[in-house]
Ligand binder design. Sequence first.
Ligand SMILES: *Cc1c(COP(=O)(O)O)cnc(C)c1O
Length: 482
Amino acid sequence: MAAPEESVVHGSKARPQDLPSIDKLLRRPAAIALLAEHGHTLVVAEARALLERLRADAVAGRLAADSLQPAALDDALAAAVRARLAPRMRAVFNLTGTVIHTNLGRALLADAALQHLLAVMSAPNNLEYDLASGRRGDRDSIVEELLCTLTGAEAATLVNNNAAAVLLTVAALARDREVIVSRGELVEIGGAFRMPDVMASAGAHMVEVGTTNRTHPADYERAFTANTALVMKVHTSNYAVQGFTAAVDEKTLAGIAHARGVPLATDLGSGSLVDLAHHGLPREPLPQEMLAAGCDIVTFSGDKLLGGPQAGLIVGSREAVGRIRKFPMKRALRMSKLPLAALEATLMLYLRPERLAQDLPTLRLLTRPVDQIQALAVALRPALAVAVAPRFAVETVELLGQIGSGSLPVERLPSAGLALAPAGTASKGIGTALDALANALRALPLPVIGRIADDRLLLDLRCLEDEAAFAAQLPRLAELLR
Ligand SMILES: *Cc1c(COP(=O)(O)O)cnc(C)c1O
């Protein structure tokens, strides 16, 4: 069998001298059309790169002669230009079961936020301009009043993300001085953000009190010195200490700190502005409760449970927020106008709490009724089964998802979806088969991201809202699996 195959293959190979010159390639009608559409720079660069690739293949003796047919060259050049212009950042289907997925961009923006972004980003705007007086304004003032209304804070300021909010708070309030924090709250969140490192970066000296599982008021009381500048509480958002535990609540701690003239800051992490229990979800502490309990500063993220853009929100007393705002590092961490516009529109939605579960995608997805998700799984199963047959079998399943981004780590969200299992595959081939399926799903125009567990690929449908777009890709999936 080897001999005839070799002669056939050899006979159809192109030689380097068969390649057209770049001028000849660019004089073809298809190239002229590309030049007219995209201009000289891009098309010439792609033509040159294409010819280099073809030449390398020809020199290696692996360029099929057919690849140099005029139509094939036209197609290859058009494809190269298209690929060069394809954005690296793409929309995907998050069927992982984790609603606020940090690797998949966290919260989805509400329509209102997208519209507001478009309206104020495509024109000059009053980012730092006071329209009433005609004088220079402060970008914080765009949402400060809203944030105060929603949280009961006296003042608010904003930075790029919550990690920056914590860093800035500690630096502004406690640089070169001591910050007291419980050993039970020395949190590491993803991406190398560890509370002890943040304290060090901010130039503060961390004073740890208590133990991993129990910290008492007396532990804090003993730790104060003349150099104590701040007491810090950190919401243990991405883990839970269970069993024989004790922590000092904000109200008690505020009393202890204030009696010594020291402010109390709480890093909430997620920080929902509405009581999730009202929506049938597990409770997260609210910034407004923390402030009411006496915290001087509360920091939280814009793109976790709040459901907005990446942002670090700092709310609290006029005095403490004022010090933070004036601290020079604030300028380096300030929020950009894009997320600021999206944040304003998102916060606005909270003024109509009755509509929030409809208007805010994060809450809409988190509160999606399980029977609705189940019905979606039942409806999608047959078409998916056809697309992945005969290599995989598909069944509808009950699943447990999670909120994600460190919110409520222990709680699971009852959900539903589709499980794809290799059909008739020996057990040692299952992993490879599932990897191939996951690759095919990720290679779709709108990549589908699921999760692999228990020898199956699971697609949790809680976050699938555009089922038509999902179904439209199934023929392509079938091709990729062929
Ligand atoms: C998520 C989180 C942060 C960091 O917030 P980003 O907005 O991601 O920077 C800080 N602290 C806690 C407790 C968190 O959960």
